[in-house]
Design a protein around this ligand. Structure first.
Ligand code: NAP
Length: 297
C-alpha cells in the first residue's frame, strides 16, 4: 500500500482563501476588520519568526495586526498590563501571546488574563473545559489540533467509531486533539512518556496523531495497515546535503509509514501550514462573535 498524502499546504491555502473572502465581505458591509494582537516577550529568533508569519498572514487576508514586543527583562506586571490593555481595546478581536516566554514570567498567569472572547489560541482553561464537557462548545479550538481534525475531515477519514491513538499529552496539541476526537465519537487512547509498549497500542489505531517531538520515532511496523497518520512533530535533524546543514522531519518515519498507512501528512507541508490558517479562522470568528455580541460565557 502507498499512503495518500494529505496536502496540508493546499488545504491551508483553501482555508485562508475562505477567511479572506469572508473578511472582504464583512469589511464591504462596513464591519471592522478582524484584528489580531501578537505579544512577543524577549528575542528568541524562532518565536520572532512565528510571530512575523502570523502578522504576514493577517495582512494577506485583509486583517489588522497589532504587534507588541517587550524586552526579555520585561516584568510580570508589564506583560500583564499589556494583556489587560489589549483585552480592553475594541480594535483587538484576538490576542496571541507567543510562548515560551522568558523563564521569570509566569505564563499561566498571563494566559489566564486573556479574555475568553479574545482567546484565539484556545488555551484558556475555560475553552479547554468546554471542549471536555458533553453538550458544551468552546469559543475557540486550539489551532494545531483543530488543523489536525480538519485535515482528517478534508481527507474523508471516518472519525466516528474509529480507534484513535494520540501520541503526546501536551496542553497545546495532544490533550485538545484527544478531546476533539472524542467529541467526534472516536474511541481514544492517549499515550505519553510512561506508556508501556507503544508499538502494540499504536498498531490498534485507525487514526494516529503523533505529537511528541522525537524525530522519526514511530516506525512503519507500528502502524496498522490503512491507518490515517497525522504527524504533528517538527524536528530538525542534520543533513549534509542541505545548504543549511539540516532538514525538518516529523515524529513518524515517513518513508516507512508511506508503505503501510492509508493516509499520511508530510513534514513539512502537513500540519504546519494548518496552524496559522486555523488561527486566522479563529480571529475571524472572534470578530464575528464580538460584533454580533454572541458571547455566552
Ligand atoms: P511537548 O509539550 O514537549 O509534549 C510532548 C509529549 O510527548 C508529552 O506528552 C510527552 O510525554 C510525550 N513524549 C515525549 N517523549 C516521548 C516518548 N519517547 N514516548 C512517548 N511519549 C513521549 O510537545 P508539544 O508542544 O506537544 O509538541 C510536540 C511536537 O509537535 C513537537 O515536535 C513540536 O515542534 C510539534 N508542534 C508542531 C506544531 C505545528 O504547527 N505543526 C505546533 C505545535 C507543536 P509526558 O507528558 O509524559 O512528558
Amino acid at each position: 500500500m502507498t499512503a495518500k498524502i494529505i496536502d496540508g499546504k493546499l488545504i491551508a491555502q483553501q482555508v485562508r482563501e475562505g477567511v479572506a473572502a469572508e473578511v472582504a465581505r464583512r469589511t464591504a458591509a462596513g464591519k471592522p476588520k478582524p484584528g489580531l494582537a501578537t505579544v512577543l516577550v524577549g528575542d528568541r529568533p524562532d518565536s520572532a519568526a512565528y510571530v512575523a508569519s502570523k502578522q504576514k498572514a493577517c495582512h494577506e487576508l485583509g486583517m489588522e495586526s497589532f504587534h507588541h514586543h517587550l524586552p526579555a527583562d520585561a516584568t510580570q506586571e508589564q506583560v500583564e498590563d499589556l494583556v489587560s490593555q489589549l483585552n480592553a481595546d475594541p480594535q483587538v478581536h484576538g490576542i496571541l501571546v507567543q510562548l515560551p516566554m522568558p523563564a521569570h514570567i509566569d505564563e499561566e498567569r498571563v494566559l489566564r488574563l486573556v479574555n475568553i472572547e479574545k482567546d484565539v489560541d484556545g488555551f484558556s482553561p475555560l475553552n479547554i473545559g468546554r471542549l471536555a464537557q458533553k453538550g458544551r462548545e468552546p469559543l475557540f479550538v486550539p489551532c494545531t489540533p483543530y488543523g489536525c481534525i480538519y485535515l482528517l475531515e478534508q481527507a474523508g477519514v471516518k472519525i466516528e467509531g474509529a480507534n484513535a491513538v494520540v501520541l503526546g499529552r501536551s496542553n497545546i496539541v495532544g490533550m485538545p486533539a484527544a478531546l476533539l476526537l472524542i467529541s467526534r465519537n472516536a474511541t481514544v487512547t492517549v499515550c505519553h512518556s510512561r506508556t508501556r509498549d507503544l508499538p502494540a497500542i499504536i498498531r490498534q489505531a485507525d487514526i494516529l496523531i503523533a505529537a511528541i517531538g522525537k524525530a522519526g520515532m514511530v516506525r512503519g511496523d507500528w502502524i496498522k495497515p490503512g491507518a490515517a497518520v497525522i504527524d504533528v512533530g517538527i524536528n530538525s535533524i542534520p543533513d549534509a546535503t542541505k545548504k543549511s546543514g539540516h532538514r525538518l522531519v516529523g515524529d513518524v518515519n515517513f518513508e516507512e509509514a508511506l508503505q503501510v498507512a492509508g493516509w499520511l501528512t508530510p513534514v513539512p507541508g502537513g500540519v504546519g501550514p494548518m496552524t496559522i490558517a486555523m488561527l486566522m479562522k479563529n480571529t475571524l470568528r472572534a470578530a464575528e462573535l464580538q460584533d454580533k455580541s454572541l458571547l455566552v460565557v
